[in-house]
Ligand binder design. Structure first.
Ligand code: BV8
Length: 236
């Protein structure tokens, strides 16, 4: 590991792999979510326009599944780091589940939205949400029956990109956990970090599409690697 001495500000990117041991399907592993559905059909605005019931049901099922899963040791370790780390720390998650928050993390940014949020296509207001949408419930703000999942589909702009790039510019360390590095702009953050002279680490079950861009890449289950990594960081 290069100059890891003066680490004050950390940006952590998480993907579906951090929630895998909680029992939430990843996207691309065998039997993953996309293999049951064509991504064009369930995670694009065009797919939603073509068959809104298919899409609303896809997200209703995933939202309902949240009540049946628990955060795992990796989520708990990041929540502990968040609570104890004196410098800046931002968990940028591609996940739409609420496991980081339920583990106790607070500095969390959902760049691809959240299952437990509803976006009204009539008034464009967002509301906390944990019920089905298939029966077209009224928007809590304007009452129109025009709610959609508040998630970022392919071709849509991820949320809070300015805040993410500001955090990357100020970071001393960028750590990527449980992501295949297949989807942009998240997959490009490691390159942005390298160009900014930021130290980069990857913790993933196997090598990802971006592994060669990291100063250090560790393979293993998040439930094992993340608690060990947090111990290292807090012992510095
Ligand atoms: C944008 C939310 C521009 C919804 C998601 C052509 C046409 C149109 C667009 C494009 C195009 N070419 C490229 C693009 C851009 C496109 C893109 O990147 N496409 C890819 C397919 C090439 N990106 C976009 O469209 C993005 N928007 O570019 O906007 C723009 C510009 C201006 C103005 C307007 C717009 C938006 C992309 C967001 C899509 N939404 N999710 C939902 O969840 O349903 S994507 C979804 O998949 C995730 O959020 C995540 O981002 C992505 C990747 O998934 P991962 O989290 O990495 O999960 P995966 O299964 O892939 O991998 C799991 C990893 O974990 C594996 O490596 C595995 O080994 C590991 N693992 C497994 N178990 C464990 C483990 N690791 C540790 N421990 C374990 N136990």
């Amino acid at each position: 590991m290069g100059e890891m001495s003066q680490i004050r500000n950390i940006v952590i990117l998480t993907g579906a792999g951090i929630s895998a041991e909680s029992g939430i399907d990843t996207f691309r592993d065998a039997g993953g979510l996309w293999e049951q559905h064509r991504v064009e059909d369930v995670a694009t605005p065009e797919g939603f326009a073509r068959d809104p019931d298919l899409v609303l049901n896809f997200y209703d099922m995933r939202r309902a599944a949240l009540t049946r899963v628990e955060p795992n040791a990796a989520h708990a370790a990041l929540a502990r780091l968040d609570a104890e780390w004196g410098g800046d720390l931002l968990i940028v998650t591609q996940n739409v589940d609420d496991l980081h928050e339920r583990a106790g993390a607070s500095r969390v940014l959902h760049m691809h939205g959240e299952l437990k949020s509803a976006l009204c296509t009539a008034c464009e207001m967002r509301s906390p949400w944990d019920a089905p949408m298939i029966d077209r419930p009224p928007c809590p703000v304007c009452r129109a029956p025009m709610l959609r999942p508040d998630v970022v589909w392919f071709g849509e702009m991820p949320y809070q990109m300015d805040r993410i790039y500001t955090a990357l510019r100020n970071a001393d360390l960028f750590v990527s956990i449980g992501t295949s590095g297949a989807v942009y702009p998240a997959a490009g953050f490691v390159r942005d970090a390298r160009e900014l002279g930021v130290q980069t680490q990857e913790l993933n079950l196997e090598r990802s599409e971006g592994s060669n861009w990291f100063h250090e890449s560790r393979q293993g289950r998040a439930g094992e690697l993340v608690p060990m990594w947090v111990e290292e960081m807090l012992a510095r």
